[in-house]
Design a protein around this ligand. Structure first.
Ligand code: ARG
Length: 459
């Protein structure tokens, strides 16, 4: 018999049982469900809604059930529909009528809203820790590479010389914002929905703040209809995770490019690459590719959640049971990606000579020669044109700008002097850009230092 079977004259069809049941995927919230029930029954006892003895018996039995689940001694039933009713059914089977008092002043609607919030809070904490580890690795790589020059790109065309440290610190900033987005998401999620009942609250004199404090919520939700019927916190999390994965996918893409023969900027460690079953020479960046691919999967979860929630009238609708698999999959995927991605980065070898060579080609110092002419009194737009012609000439002669003789330089502008050679060296191009946010070594080192202090503040 169902816990809600009173008004029914016959049982549900087996097909409906299977269709309705969410235990297959919501059983992972067993811990949160039980901790929530312990806090609820504790409060029921303290508020005199049930007796202290009853409350104590319920709490102790729930603790036993938790232990039994963790010890693998319990098999959940599909017929009992979801984790909430499975736990309640086990409780009742152990302590009879007293167990039937647990659900006083509560609905599965505020219960499930509680459980998901608690579950996702923990997952945000776990993902945030992984992000910190990733950011630490990035800082280390950056610190070691403030003099590793490579071309910076726009349109995937060589643009201006930068350093590998500067490039990696760009990702540090992205992951820092991802972290901060997750913290914001956590704080909006961190409101206790219990006490909202099915939709209209309850007449029992519950102490919502007591439960909130016991379960670590910063406040109680302010509207019972809203509390049981929105899943924006899950959508927000999926959106934070999508943005985070978008960043992971961009760095993955670069690593895939960099490790190609054509770039040859990095070599992945053997432990983080795979071979081909037919081509003996292959060493493939599968980890980066999978991380790139799994990004699509996380976006998919976001779209699922948005679409499930679209146009749902207030308050709870069963459609909302579909929130779980989507958000769980997004969370699982990110948790699977981050550690392996992070270790792949940390073990990656840099081929600095190839990076430098690439920066020497492609006229990456052209802007700096234009700026050189500006410093000698030529307006920027005219300087731009002169250097444009110079580049065309160099392409024709198949040489880099700094390989030109003084005579060749002079044929473009008599303002050019011997100092041009030092002024347009790659090193100078980088070191000259020392404004805050720029690639100069001392600027990047400062950013690394600041990054370390920021990470320390998170611990
Ligand atoms: N398993 C349900 C869910 O995940 C729990 C809430 C069900 N409430 C209800 N009135 N059917 O959404």
């Amino acid at each position: 018999m169902k816990l809600w079977g009173g008004r029914f004259e016959k049982g549900t069809d087996k097909l409906v049982d299977d269709f309705n049941s969410s235990i297959r995927f919501d059983c992972r919230m067993y811990r949160q469900d039980i901790l929530g029930s312990i806090a609820h029954s504790n409060m029921l006892g303290k508020c005199g809604i049930i007796s202290i003895e009853e409350s104590t018996l319920i709490q102790n039995t729930l603790r036993d059930i938790l232990k039994d689940i963790e010890d693998g001694k319990i098999e959940f039933e599909v017929d009992a529909e979801d984790i909430h009713m499975n736990v309640e059914k086990i409780l009742i089977s152990r302590i009879g009528d007293t167990g039937k008092k647990l659900h006083t002043g509560r609905s599965r609607n505020d219960q499930v809203a509680l459980d998901i919030r608690m579950y996702l809070r923990d997952e945000i904490t776990a993902i945030s820790r992984m992000l910190i580890a990733l950011k630490k690795n990035i800082l280390k790589i950056s610190e070691e590479n403030t003099a590793t020059i490579l071309p910076g790109y726009t349109h995937l065309q060589r643009a201006q010389p930068i350093t590998f440290a500067h490039h990696m610190m760009a990702y540090f900033e992205m992951f820092r914002r991802d972290y901060s987005r997750l913290s914001d998401c956590y704080s909006r999620m961190n409101m206790l929905p219990l006490g909202s009942g099915a939709l209209a609250g309850t007449t029992y004199p519950l102490d919502r703040h007591m439960v909130a404090a016991e379960l670590g919520f910063s406040d109680v939700t302010r509207n019972s209809l809203d509390a049981v019927s929105d899943r924006d916190f899950a959508i927000e999390l999926a959106s934070c995770l999508s943005i985070l994965m978008m960043h992971v996918s961009r760095l993955s893409e670069e690593i895939i490019l960099w490790s190609s023969h054509e770039f040859g900027f990095v070599e992945l460690d053997d432990a983080y690459s795979t071979g081909s079953s037919i081509m003996p020479q292959k060493k493939n960046p599968d980890v980066a590719e999978l991380a790139r691919g799994k990004t699509g999967r996380v976006y998919g979860s976001l779209m699922t959640l948005l679409t499930v929630m679209k146009s749902l009238p207030l308050a709870y609708n069963k459609d909302m049971q579909e929130d779980k698999e989507a958000i769980f999959d997004a969370v699982d995927t990110v948790k699977m990606c981050l550690p392996v991605f992070s270790s792949m980065l940390a073990t990656m070898k840099l081929r600095k000579a190839n990076m430098y060579k690439a920066a020497q080609g492609g006229f990456t110092n052209a802007t700096d020669i234009a700026d050189y002419l500006v410093k000698k009194g030529i307006p920027f737009r005219s300087a731009h044109e002169i250097i444009g012609k110079m580049v065309l000439y160099c392409i024709d002669k198949n040489k880099a700008i700094d390989e030109m003789t003084m005579e060749e330089f002079k044929s473009f502008s008599d303002k050019i002097q011997e100092d041009v050679y030092t002024e347009i060296s790659l090193e100078k191009c980088v070191s000259g850009r020392s404004l805050p946010g720029g690639p100069a070594a001392e600027t990047v080192l400062k950013a690394v230092q600041e990054g370390r202090e920021y990470l320390a503040s998170l611990e």
